[in-house]
Design a protein around this ligand. Structure first.
Ligand SMILES: C[S@@+](CC[C@H](N)C(=O)[O-])C[C@H]1O[C@@H](n2cnc3c(N)ncnc32)[C@H](O)[C@@H]1O
Length: 260
């Protein structure tokens, strides 16, 4: 899908917190090669460059619009490429990915492949949203199925792109020397009208609203269906704010020190 960096950055502060929580759990002090997979506008890649100033850092993303916002003066090498096709120029000490791998299918193939790109002792650190059972996401599916746009939208639905934690444990435990998997539910406090819709509007909702670009009346009705469901699920507080609980899955896997 076409990403809009300005829309995505509207909630930069609450979106930063999980990335900071993930970086904090990577214990290695030195790294020679680091990659940020699905780096977007590169704001998190810059944190990785601060954390490992001597490393070669690569920021990988398919979106030219997101990469266009990346800081050209930073030490990060920006690469427009697909995570499923890109390989690092050598064994990686840290492969990092914040809020991106849920856009990639076939995790059963992807995660072992990423582990295989690590240097001995290297770290794979991943955060993915797992809010798919919450109204923010189920209401997208319900609204998509609730009108004449159903046939257009149904093929685009991805009801659960991230599996439960045990799936990643079963996948990685046999090939990782150390594995740490956890979930955190953040309570975001959002300002303004239709706050949850503005949040999902730059991510999960976007491929569907884009698909209705040639049917403006359907698009308005579909978005209204979604808005109505969200208003019931996430009422605004008397002070105008909206509470938005959001669950995320974190995973840190370390490759063994001895070559396989
Ligand atoms: C939600 S944004 C997160 C950006 C950044 N990691 C951050 O935390 O600010 C997801 C990013 O993943 C990128 N992306 C999605 N699928 C990708 C793929 N297969 N290969 C490379 N990048 C991908 C998108 O273009 C988008 O910039």
């Amino acid at each position: 899908m076409a990403w809009d960096p300005n829309l995505y950055s509207a909630f930069a502060k609450p979106r930063l917190r999980p990335a900071l929580d993930l970086v904090a759990r990577i214990e290695t002090l030195s790294a020679g090669l680091v990659a940020d997979l699905g780096c977007g506008t590169g704001s998190i890649s810059a944190l990785l460059a601060d954390r490992w100033p001597d490393a070669r850092i690569f920021g990988i993303d398919t979106s030219p619009d997101m990469l266009a916002k990346a800081d050209r003066a930073s030490p990060v090498t920006w690469v427009q490429a697909d995570i499923t096709a890109w390989t690092p120029p050598g064994p990686a000490d840290v492969l990092f990915s914040n809020a991106a791998l849920h856009w990639v299918d076939d995790h059963a193939g992807l995660f072992p492949r990423l582990m295989g790109m690590l240097a001995p002792g290297g770290w794979l650190a991943v955060q993915m949203p797992r809010n798919y059972h919450a109204p923010s996401h189920t209401a997208i599916i319900d609204a998509a199925r609730s009108g004449p746009w159903r046939d257009l939208l149904e093929p685009l639905l991805r009801p659960e792109p991230v599996a439960p934690p045990a799936f990643y444990y079963d996948l990685l435990a046999p090939i990782a020397a150390a594995l740490d998997i956890w979930e955190t539910e953040y309570l975001h406090v959002l300002d303004g009208e239709d706050a949850v819709m503005r949040w999902t509007g730059s991510t999960a909702l976007r491929p569907l609203s884009e698909a209705l670009a040639d049917h403006p009346a359907w698009k308005d009705d579909f978005l209204e269906e979604y808005r109505r469901r969200l208003a019931a699920a996430y009422p605004r507080l008397p002070d105008g704010r909206t509470l938005f609980p959001f669950r995320r899955l974190f995973l840190i896997a370390r490759r063994g020190l001895r070559p396989d």
